[in-house]
Design a protein around this ligand. Structure first.
Ligand SMILES: *Cc1c(COP(=O)(O)O)cnc(C)c1O
Length: 373
């Protein structure tokens, strides 16, 4: 097999037809309204609120700052926030940058989301909130987590960066917890170039978010919070409107790619796909595959390195655990979350995007299988 030229990366952002974007850019140029909640922003906030099933959606310039603002707007006393280490570093950084101590709960072996059976024992008088992650778009056990949180009167803030459009038994993920953060980064399955949002049922909290993302300003011009600047601009919002229009067709195409992987690799000893939580819909944001090196005969890193020799770049999402990142060295013990630790060593996310050719999927699968001993 020949080296891929151009290389195949783990993802490739979907883009609307350039003429469609040009038309909206012309509107922005003629309005000269570039940011601060212009008409593209207003339209996107409305449309996404509907799409994500939430009465109050607030847009941000990226998902990370959305998460920081969401933590700040909870107005918590100093203390601990319980989260998971098997996630993108942003989740842990947001907690720490807002002045809280992360406490790491291990994940469920099937779904790699916060294990509710281990959550309650981590709650102490210093616990202020719970921040679980819908890893790979697979929703957490939200009924269980929300019930534990309610018993202890703790807010739950979901990192839903991966879970755009996902619902469980007909209920949108944004309908759970105190609030949910969505990321619209270019590498996510829905994007606004850079961007993010917080969804919440609480209108007062949504008003606080307006302040935190815009220097504390409110419509009456009073500066009520020590807010920063995390506003989404009109060019981002225009991209978001167009990507939203094409979202369902993009997801359908991602689904076909994912199905091809499953067709090619199902039943291979030592290689497994993530199960889908019962009742949950899928957005095919990622294609995580777990390798059991004992059974498969090669480990995750060997498979990854072999793919690289063909110019195919999968990703080790999520390695290392956030709790073992260099900047947190010595602060946490990753062996206290053994399931997450094993996942970080064994999972490889394979290339998945809407226009990935099925023949390329076949090639990737052939290379993966050639690693098997
Ligand atoms: C992408 C991501 C973020 C951060 O979102 P940005 O829009 O890139 O700032 C946070 N959490 C998780 C799990 C992510 O994957």
């Amino acid at each position: 097999m020949l080296k891929k030229d151009p290389p195949i990366l783990v993802t490739r952002p979907s883009l609307p037809p350039v003429e469609e974007y040009e038309a909206l850019v012309r509107e922005i140029f003629s309005s000269r309204f570039l940011t601060n909640g212009g008409s593209q922003h207003k339209a996107l906030e409305r449309a996404l609120g509907k799409k994500l099933g939430t009465p109050n959606l607030r847009l941000f310039t990226n998902g990370h700052l959305a998460l920081e603002c969401a933590i700040q707007a909870l107005n918590l006393a100093p203390g601990e926030i319980i989260t998971t280490p098997f996630t993108f570093i942003s989740t842990t950084h947001a907690i720490v940058r807002c002045g809280f101590s992360p406490v790491f709960c291990d994940v469920e072996p099937d779904y790699f989301t916060m294990n509710p059976a281990l959550l309650e024992q981590l709650i102490t008088p210093r616990t202020r909130a719970i921040l679980p992650v819908h890893v790979y778009g697979n929703p957490c056990d939200m009924d269980a987590i929300d019930a534990i949180a309610a018993r202890h009167n703790l807010p739950v803030l979901y990192d839903a960066a991966h879970a755009f459009g996902v619902s469980v038994n007909g209920r949108a993920v944004a309908d759970f917890g105190a609030a949910s953060m969505f990321s619209f980064h270019a590498t996510k399955c829905y994007h606004t170039i850079e961007g993010g949002a917080i969804a919440t049922k609480d209108a007062d909290y949504a008003e606080l978010l307006n302040g935190y993302k815009n220097f504390g300003y409110h419509p009456d011009e009073e500066i009520r919070e020590v807010g920063g600047n995390a506003k989404m601009n009109e060019f981002q919002a225009a991209m978001g409107l167009l990507n939203l229009k094409h979202f369902e067709e993009q997801i359908a195409r991602r689904g076909k790619v994912a199905a091809r992987y499953r067709e090619n690799l199902s039943g291979v000893a030592g290689l497994s796909f993530r199960p889908v939580r019962p009742g949950a819909t899928q957005n095919y944001a990622y294609l995580p595959v777990s390798f059991d090196p004992e059974v498969f005969g090669a480990d995750r890193d060997q498979v990854n390195d072999t793919l690289k020799t063909y110019n195919i770049f999968a990703r080790k999402y999520f390695y290392p655990l956030t709790s073992e990142s260099a900047c947190y060295k010595g602060q946490f013990d990753p062996t206290e979350t053994p399931v997450a630790l094993a996942a970080s060593r064994n999972v490889l996310t394979l290339p998945l995007y809407a226009d990935l050719a099925l023949s390329d999927v076949d090639d990737i699968c052939e290379i993966v299988l050639s690693c098997k001993k």
